[in-house]
Design a protein around this ligand. Structure first.
Ligand SMILES: [Zn+2]
Length: 496
């Protein structure tokens, strides 16, 4: 087996780029892998990692946004690989998917209206309310406001409170804009040149909170003109284009208006991908080693794709490498191994939180959880250069609940030889393992550190250090095996 060449650190990057198709193994200076794990260990290659990540961080998966079509493509791809590597489907109804409940909501554009006198204008004509948390109604006299400039002051409170306001506000008049939303108006609609849509918005299940005090939203120029006409006011009064200088005008009418916003919500399931390798020991197989990554990233945001090659395409790739290694090794682990690729991590650890609340196998049978999140880059920050971080990775949280787990990771690493850094970035609570630590399960989290492309559309595959992903897979393959074969469970000697 080929060993990493001893090269100076600055030339190592050039070498990695130039020979990225060559399968390098452990880092220089590492101990040989024990015979019982070697076949699986040697099955982990950079070529496989590259092949898998090209899909996960590619155009089809479009950044794997939870609830977006690209996420489902990634989940299907992971499930197909889990099947290829002989994992048992332990999700819902014999599938690899544990559906996590989310919700989509929108203001119904046909059933939401603003009525003035006998005239009812539908939201589909061009208005919407923002941050709507439930269906709502507001009624009161309709008032049109036209304002521009920073120096103008808000009208009297009694001219606004309890009214439905249609406001054409110039770009400089941010003070007026803010003031109006806090004025006690029943509703405020700001005229805008931007396109208005009432498309479905994907989110967490409703927290059950009510609407903010006054309803706020936006109305297109064309729809504002219709409302002005119905209210008996000149369309010039709500015209954004003609706003100039320092001005504020109110046009009260005696007309009463009624705003009806009908919120629609429907549940949407998004899967965690889960597969089990059953242990070989008739007794110990009821206990499990959990290993996870998050499959989701930020997805498509207004047409901009956040590919998330490192975050966390890299960890999900390493997860596949570990699954493949177990499938290739003749000697099977005594305890079972549960592979988990979570959804909703970027939205606040939602998929993993759902798992630990609704465990597929009892939480008290999970002896540890091993997490990989961002394991494919060379850390870059003010005082650390990427070329000095080719073979570094942060080992986070492994001592918090069990010193024995921490020691086991250090022992396994002798065969890979990462240079460990620790939790200098204070990320212990910032990935899925934390949801397991919270219920008392010892965890270890590996993370290769931050870089300028973190949470940017530029977190793309050509910047990935595939040797690091492969070595993360090798390390966790060993850790999972050694944990699964231990005589006793990890002794808990910390509080998390
Ligand atoms: Zn992230």
């Amino acid at each position: 087996m080929y060993r990493a060449l001893h090269v100076s650190r600055t030339s190592a990057i050039a070498l990695l780029v130039a020979v990225s198709s060559v399968a390098l193994a452990q880092y220089s200076g590492s101990a040989p892998v024990s015979a019982q794990f070697k076949k699986g260990f040697d099955s982990i290659t950079q070529e496989d990692c590259k092949k898998w990540l090209e899909v996960l961080a590619g155009e089809e998966c479009a950044g794997r946004g939870t609830g977006q079509p690209g996420y489902q493509k990634a989940a299907d791809y992971m499930a197909a690989r889990f099947k290829e590597f002989g994992l048992k489907p332990v999700g819902d109804n014999g599938t690899y998917f544990q559906q996590v409940p989310f919700e989509r909501r929108r203001m119904n554009p046909e059933q939401s209206t603003i009525s003035i006198g006998s005239k009812a204008i539908k939201a589909s004509a061009g208005f919407k309310l923002d941050r709507l948390r439930g269906s709502a109604e507001a009624s009161g006299p309709i008032v049109f406001i036209r304002a521009n400039g920073n120096g103008v002051s808000l009208p009297q409170a009694d001219e606004i409170a309890g009214r439905i306001i249609i406001a054409a506000i110039g770009p400089d008049a941010t003070g007026i804009r803010r003031g109006l939303t806090r004025s006690g108006a029943a509703a405020v609609l700001f005229v805008t040149n931007e396109a208005i849509d009432n498309d479905w918005i994907f989110g967490r299940q409703s927290s059950g909170q009510g609407n903010e005090r006054s309803l706020q939203g936006r109305v297109s120029q064309k729809c504002a003109n219709d409302i002005a006409k119905a209210g008996g006011v000149s369309t010039e009064f709500v015209d954004l284009e003609s706003l100039a200088g320092e001005t504020i005008e109110l046009s009260g009418t005696s007309q009463e208006a009624k705003l009806v916003a009908k919120l629609e919500e429907s549940p949407v399931g998004v899967p965690n991908v889960v597969g089990l390798l059953e242990g070989s020991d008739p007794v110990l197989k009821s206990e499990i080693v959990g290993i996870g990554s998050h499959l989701d990233h930020l997805g498509n945001q207004g047409g901009v794709i956040y590919y998330g090659a490192d975050d966390d395409g890299s960890g999900s790739t390493a997860l596949l490498a570990v699954a493949k290694a177990f499938s290739k090794n003749p000697e099977k682990p005594k305890r079972s191994i549960l592979f988990m690729a979570f959804c909703g991590e970027e939205m606040g650890l939602i998929g993993s939180g759902y798992y630990s609340d609704h465990p597929i196998l009892p939480n008290d049978k999970m002896i540890c959880e091993l997490q990989m999140d961002m394991v494919g880059r060379n850390e870059q920050k003010d005082n650390e250069k990427p070329e000095d971080n080719v073979d570094t990775i942060h080992l986070v949280g492994s001592k918090r609940l069990s010193t024995e787990l921490h020691d086991l990771v250090l022992e396994a690493n002798k065969q890979v030889n990462f240079k460990f850094e620790w939790d200098e970035e204070d990320v212990y609570t910032r990935s899925d393992h934390y949801m397991f630590a919270k219920v008392g399960i010892p965890i270890a989290f590996v993370f290769s550190g931050f870089h300028p492309d973190y949470h940017q559309p530029t977190d793309t595959i050509e910047k990935i250090n595939f040797e690091k992903i492969a070595n993360t897979g090798r390390l966790y393959y060993l850790v999972a095996n050694m944990a699964a074969n231990r005589g006793h469970r990890f002794k808990i000697d910390g509080t998390g």
